[in-house]
Each structure stands twice: as structure tokens, then as C-alpha cells.
Design a protein around this ligand. Structure first.
Ligand code: C2E
Ligand code: MG
Ligand code: MG
Ligand code: MG
Length: 291
């Protein structure tokens, strides 16, 4: 009986895995066409100072509507990473995002840009040149760009690997900042965190969502905020959804945040319509509002 049950579970698992693999292959083979036919778009999510609400930057996020259905970024980015198409797709995205943000800056809006990277993009032989090219073509100053890498990727591909670390340093030598994304989920050793050439630490929403609701998660978040600050990093809380979380994070000394409470990711034209008008030339606060 137990054996039967166990066997059944394995079968269900195998079927689900198979479906996931088939879907990835299907998406993977469609990515090239989608890139050629310009089906990808870029959205921007504001990052704000928790004290006062000033918008400090925008995180660029890729979007793909395939046959009128939005494909979750984690799915198509995973498929693009496997096929290698992430390299041209990521380069296109970087160029687009730099151009938009350079345009806003030219209009007098002092704003930064964050772009997410995968392992394969960083490992690509000419990646530093791609970044330098996107900066010079758009006119975006390197200090305005932050490149985000997930903690998990840093641990799996870069921990203890001198050549990989040299690649990250080469990027930083361009004058751009590096951020460790989804911090708290990738099991980086604390000693390792101090050695990484990063400037920004982004706390994963799985911690932020527990702030004020779960004692352990609140304590862990407080510890991460303090650790990041003590290491001289800019600490950003991700996934802030309610005013109580924002208030507690601010009290903990977390300087920046992003989340649906402040603003959802939106296309550039909606940033122009909804975010820009709230900002005076001196970059006055956008008030956090529910919803
Ligand atoms: P991420 O870099 O951690 O981006 C933040 C994700 O959290 C985004 O999901 C954003 O929409 C979502 N988010 C923001 N505020 C809230 C909130 O208050 N509540 C909740 N529940 N979610 C919130 P999205 O756009 O679905 O992207 C998911 C992930 O896909 C990103 O996580 C990033 O790892 C990856 N991704 C997206 N665009 C790109 C890209 O251009 N290149 C690469 N390499 N990865 C990307
Ligand atoms: Mg990110
Ligand atoms: Mg994140
Ligand atoms: Mg994430």
C-alpha cells in the first residue's frame, strides 16, 4: 500500500516535470521569433526612500505577451537562460531601459536605473562591452546604473571563483553599481557577503511580507538591515505591500523600498503620466498610498 502510494507520487511528479520541460522547450523555441517580432516590452517599478518617499530609481522588468497572454518573467527568462537567447534579449532590454531613463534624466529628473542580470549574461565574453555600449549610446552616466544579480546566482556561480569575481569587478570598474537581489534566499555565507563587490542589498519579499506578522521574520529582517548597513551597503526592501510594513522597515533603518504599496511596475508612458507629475524639479516625494 505504502509502495503503491509512493509510486503514484513519483508518477504525478514525473508528469508535472514533463509538462514543465515541454513548456520550457516550447517557450524556448518561440523566444527567437518573439524577439525578432518585438513582442517584449519593458516596465519600470519605482524605488523610493522610505523616509520622505523620494523616488531614487526605477527597476526595469521585462514583459512578454504571447498570444495575448502574459508569460511570467521567471518562466521565459529561465527558458531564455537555457537557450542562451538571454544574451541578445538582455542586451536589447538594457539598451531600451538606458534610453528611457537617459531621456528622463535629460528632462531634469535625477533618477537611477536598475537592470536584472542572469549568470549567462555575466559570463558572456563581451558583456562588459555590451554594458559600456548601452551607456555610451544612451548617454546614461555609469553611476546611474545598478546591475542586479540574485544571491542564488552569486553563490552558485561566483562564490570562490576568481575568474567570475573578476567579471563582476570589471563591471564595477565601468562605474556602475552592483546589487545582490533576493537576499536571504540564496544561502550566501555571511563571510562571503563581505567579500562581494556589491553596493546594494535587496531584501527578498519573503522576509518583508512577514514584517510585523511573524516574530522570526521580523527579527531576521532587522538583522539583515543592520548587517547591510554595517557593511556600508544601500539596503532596499522588496515587496512592500502595506503601510505597517513600510513604517516598521523605516524604523529598522532600512533606507529604500519598492512594492505594490508605493507603485506597481508600469510602462514608460505611465511613469510619465502617473509618477513624473508628482515630482517637482527638486525631486519631491511621491506619497505612498494603498492599492
Ligand atoms: P526581481 O528582480 O526580484 O523583481 C521584483 C519582482 O517583484 C517583480 O516581479 C515585481 O513585479 C514584483 N513585485 C514588486 N513589488 C511587489 C509587491 O509589492 N508584491 C509582490 N507580490 N510582488 C512585487 P516580475 O516582474 O514578475 O519579475 C520576476 C523576476 O523575474 C524578477 O525578480 C527578476 O528576477 C526576473 N526578471 C524580470 N525582468 C528581468 C530581466 O529583464 N532580466 C532578468 N535577468 N531577470 C528579470
Ligand atoms: Mg531585481
Ligand atoms: Mg528581488
Ligand atoms: Mg524574485
Amino acid at each position: 500500500r505504502a509502495k503503491e502510494l509512493g509510486g503514484g507520487r513519483v508518477e504525478v511528479f514525473a508528469t508535472q516535470m514533463h509538462a514543465a520541460v515541454v513548456r520550457r522547450l516550447e517557450l524556448g523555441s518561440d523566444l527567437q521569433r518573439a524577439l525578432a517580432e518585438r513582442e517584449f516590452t519593458v516596465e519600470f517599478q519605482p524605488v523610493v526612500e522610505l523616509e520622505g518617499g523620494r523616488v531614487t530609481g526605477l527597476e526595469a522588468l521585462l514583459r512578454w505577451r504571447r498570444e495575448d497572454v502574459a508569460v511570467p518573467p521567471e518562466e521565459f527568462i529561465g527558458a531564455a537562460e537555457e537557450s542562451g537567447l538571454i544574451v541578445p534579449l538582455g542586451a536589447w532590454m538594457l539598451g531600451e531601459a538606458c534610453r528611457e531613463v537617459a531621456r528622463w534624466r535629460a528632462e531634469g529628473w535625477q533618477i537611477g536605473l536598475s537592470v536584472n542580470l542572469t549568470a549567462r549574461q555575466i559570463a558572456a565574453p563581451k558583456f562588459a562591452e555590451t554594458v559600456a555600449g548601452a551607456l555610451s549610446e544612451s548617454g546614461l552616466p555609469p553611476q546611474a546604473l545598478t546591475l542586479e544579480v540574485k544571491e542564488e546566482v552569486l553563490v552558485e556561480h561566483f562564490q570562490g571563483d576568481e575568474q567570475h569575481l573578476a567579471r563582476l569587478s570589471a563591471l564595477r570598474d565601468l562605474g556602475v553599481r552592483l546589487a545582490i537581489d533576493d537576499f536571504g534566499t540564496g544561502y550566501a555565507s555571511l563571510a562571503y557577503l563581505g567579500q562581494l563587490p556589491v553596493d546594494v542589498l535587496k531584501i527578498d519579499p519573503s522576509f518583508v511580507s512577514g514584517v510585523g506578522r511573524d516574530d522570526t521574520l521580523t527579527l531576521l529582517t532587522r538583522t539583515i538591515v543592520r548587517l547591510g548597513s554595517d557593511l556600508g551597503l544601500i539596503v532596499v526592501a522588496e515587496g512592500i505591500e502595506c503601510p505597517d510594513q513600510l513604517e516598521r522597515l523605516r524604523e529598522m533603518g532600512c533606507v529604500r523600498g519598492q512594492g505594490f504599496l508605493v507603485a506597481r511596475p508600469m510602462p514608460a508612458d505611465r511613469i510619465d503620466e502617473e509618477i513624473r507629475p508628482k515630482i517637482r524639479p527638486e525631486n519631491e516625494p511621491v506619497r505612498a498610498q494603498a492599492g
